[in-house]
Design a protein around this ligand. Sequence first.
Ligand code: PSU
Ligand code: MN
Length: 302
Amino acid sequence: MTIPMQFSTEVAAARAAGTAIVALESTIITHGMPFPQNVETARLVEQDVRDNGATPATIAVMNGVLHVGLEAAELDALGQAMGVAKLSRADMAGCIATGGTGATTVAATMIGAHLAGIHVFATGGIGGVHKGAETSFDISADLHELAQTPVTVVAAGAKAILDLEKTFEVLETLGVPVIAYGQDTLPAFWSATSHMTAPLRMDTAADIAAGQVMRTAMGLSGGQLICNPIPADAQIPADVLAPVIAQALAEADAQAISAKAVTPFLLGRIFELTEGRSLTANIALVRNNAVLAAKIASEMAK
Ligand code: PSU
Ligand code: MN
């Protein structure tokens, strides 16, 4: 049984040449940002990857085909499509098998990247343990994926809507290396730093690449989570965000938002409550992650 997989023109060329490729996710386009900023950001992020010596491969399922790299028109269409599924490990295969269309989360993008032989992936922030998980049990499948699929994920930490302490505890339990880039503390998505000391720190793309290669050589499953701080001039201080996050969480609770809808609801409300400031920061951090991911992928391709 073969998997219906379609490479974009530029990804096919990079594969043939053996040059660096960086995977990018599509849920951030369909569920994480409003139109038209979602498509504009996706284009900018792809160009950031190219400007830093690698080829972007935005991953999505379209009409039952696993796309690794989207042509410009496909990206435009996905960014405006309504009712696109949000795919994770549980539902990706079914979507492909039944000819469906869906955007890939961090977990599903890691699966797609691995199938395509891509080892590095840039996103905004991973999913994790939600606040109140002790009763809701809402823990993102992204965490288990990091434990089993050998792809290095560059993110600005876990999204600050989450219970960050619990998220990093789970990652430690699962044996996922959590590596802060260039600083001793963990970043907190919209904020460059936090009170949490990072379990590991690396300062160069070459070290990060070597870490993933060694993991695989040792037969250790899984990837690495690189926590890359948002550029200082783009961040929103944690004390400014705290009441906004609290309000969004209270509203989600009052409206009984659950399962896959939680993260998109919270991001959408925080966008409204900060009058777009959260989106500006989100765009800056994703672009920053794309730059680092391109450098890591270039080191791995050497
Ligand atoms: N990063 C962002 N915005 C997003 C996401 C990540 O800056 O919207 C998406 C990713 O696809 C991630 C998902 O996998 O949110 C997590 O969703 P959940 O909490 O339902 O697992
Ligand atoms: Mn969830």
